[in-house]
Design a protein around this ligand. Structure first.
Ligand SMILES: [Zn+2]
Length: 352
């Protein structure tokens, strides 16, 4: 490794602390200001970054590099799956509409928070409308989960639509699912590791360079997207002259997938087609040289903000890397090994 710079150490404790804090900050797509503010505050610890927000609410940080002739960008998204109040039922309970793509059974029984349009918070849980086994017997297992059969039971006394409205709840209010974060034996188990894990990777990479007094090889724009789960977060917010865009998003684990919870993954193809071969080759070479544990994978039902930038007309080489996340868009889990591997890969990319 004589011709490439050594990697500075990664502060794993910092990474996990930041990640836990971000996971506990609700940010369903369309209601991301709290998580954007949380991330902005963390970025503010690094005075070398010039931080701004776009009109759409994404966070951008410009990081001047040793050179400025081939600027780059990194993107990761702070928005998550969630829901919105679709209807207040006659019995005071709520029907929801989904924000992002997931199966209702993945959030059945989960606690949730309703954010009323006038700034109040009401707690509740997501249940099948025929939830009690003692009343509905086999209907509890046989009923298809859908927008019409799932409801929110509010932790407030309400048996009528008017009583729910009196709580301040209306159609269009945002609903966040409880993340249930737990860190055990190096595993991080939580909802919304997609894509908060990658924001933590990005922050830990910035801190590694900052603490070692290093600059990125090229001026680099850090893009914290707030509309990825609905497909257009990456469609704006990058300067037109970026040469490369490294997308950081979770790797999907499952039968037939090489990805696992202990490696970083480079995705060479997903639903949007192949990523950029040249940049992929460069990233794989870096991972090989720095002995970063990684997999190469293809995700069958997946899109990314890097592709959103391509669809918007962005002229940059785009690649996608991220930590392996089990049970994606469900109750997710990854391991610190995958988080460290991804962070090292980002650091290696920034320095070379
Ligand atoms: Zn994602």
């Amino acid at each position: 490794m004589a011709d490439i710079p050594d990697l500075p150490p990664i502060d794993t404790h910092y990474m996990l602390e930041f990640l836990t804090g971000l996971l506990k900050t609700p940010s369903p797509t369309g209601f991301t200001d709290l998580a954007i503010a949380f991330t902005e505050q963390a970025l503010a610890a690094f005075p070398e970054l010039e931080i701004s927000r776009t009109h759409k609410g994404a966070l951008i940080a410009k990081w001047p590099g040793k050179q400025d002739d081939a600027p780059r960008a990194l993107t990761a998204h702070v928005d998550t799956l969630g829901a919105m109040v679709k209807e207040i039922k006659y019995n005071g309970r709520l029907k929801l509409t989904k924000l992002g793509g997931f199966a209702w059974n993945a959030v059945e029984g989960e606690g949730c928070t309703v954010f009323t349009h006038d700034g109040k918070i009401v707690r509740g849980s997501i249940l099948l409308y025929k939830a009690s086994s003692h009343v509905h017997s086999s209907d509890v297992s046989d009923t298809k989960r859908s927008d019409d059969t799932m409801e929110v039971r509010l932790d407030a006394i309400t048996h009528y639509a008017s009583a729910t409205r009196a709580l301040g709840i209306e159609v269009g209010d945002f609903v966040a699912f409880d993340p249930r974060v737990e860190v055990t034996n190096g595993f991080v188990r939580s909802r919304h590791l997609d894509d908060k894990a990658c924001i933590a990777n990005m922050l830990a990479a910035i801190k590694a360079l900052h603490d070692a007094g290093l600059k990125p090889a090229q001026t680099t724009y850090l893009h914290i997207s707030n509309y990825e789960e609905v497909g257009h977060g990456g469609a704006h917010g990058f300067p037109a002259d970026i040469h490369e865009l490294l997308t950081l998003d979770m790797a999907a684990i499952g039968e037939g997938q090489p990805s696992d919870e202990f490696h970083a993954t480079i995705c060479v193809k997903d639903s949007g087609g192949p990523y950029h071969y040249g940049l992929n080759q460069k990233l794989r070479k870096l991972a090989d040289e720095y002995e970063i544990p990684y997999k190469v994978d293809i995700y069958p039902y997946y899109g990314s903000d890097g592709e959103a930038w391509w669809r918007a007309g962005g002229d940059a080489a785009v690649s996608l890397i991220g930590p392996g996340v089990d049970a994606s868009h469900n109750y997710e889990r990854t391991h610190t090994d995958a988080l460290v591997a991804t962070t090292k890969w980002v650091v290696a990319y920034l320095l070379n």
